[in-house]
Design a protein around this ligand. Structure first.
Ligand code: SF4
Length: 180
């Protein structure tokens, strides 16, 4: 259950809720890069809290004081579109999850840490559940944030990598090294 022991969703019905509990608990504890409203807009945030956490005392502003500058995230729409293209729209909480993932991509740590998830394997499970076809493309176990950005580059026909293949690239450890 939650790191601070007092975040419990009202309707514990789907895996996304388990991950949202972890994300919210870390955020409440100042342990993620997610900004005010978890990176959602204020209406989305209210909807999320009203739906699953209405009995919890959840702040609106990030206890960590994190401020993310979305104006420097020129790829925001592309990232949202990528995740929407591959998502399973029937999964409860998927739209919140997409916007939270995109906000986490603005952080500078590993994606699971920026999101306030509790392990890389938890992030892998969350992506495999919500975006199975996209996650399956990461068959070389690339770091998740690097993987998502590489998908954007490939979709645009941009090949910014300095090597013809990952196997001979000096940046290999940055893209594939341990993410724990
Ligand atoms: S390892 Fe090198 S070639 Fe592969 S994705 Fe990373 S930068 Fe690009």
């Amino acid at each position: 259950m939650a790191a601070n022991g007092n975040i419990t969703p009202n309707n514990y019905v789907a895996p996304n809720l388990e991950w949202l509990v972890c994300i919210l608990a870390s955020w409440c504890d100042g342990q993620s890069v997610l900004p005010d409203y978890l990176g959602l807009d204020s209406d989305q945030f209210k909807q999320l809290i009203d739906t699953y956490f209405q009995d919890c005392n959840v702040p609106e502003h990030a206890p960590s004081g994190s401020k993310l500058d979305f104006s420097r995230m020129l790829e925001k729409e592309d990232l949202v579109n990528l995740l929407k293209k591959y998502c399973r729209p029937d999964k409860p909480g998927i739209n919140w999850m997409i916007d939270i993932i995109v906000a986490g991509c603005l952080g500078s740590d590993h994606l699971w840490q920026d999101l306030g998830l509790w392990s890389r394997s938890q992030l892998s499970a969350m992506l495999q559940y919500n975006f199975p076809e996209l996650a399956a493309k990461n068959d070389q176990n690339m770091k998740w944030k690097k993987f998502l950005y590489k998908q954007l580059c490939e979709a645009e026909g941009l090949y910014l990598c300095r090597a013809p293949s990952c196997q001979v690239c000096i940046d290999y450890p940055k893209c594939y090294g341990p993410e724990d």
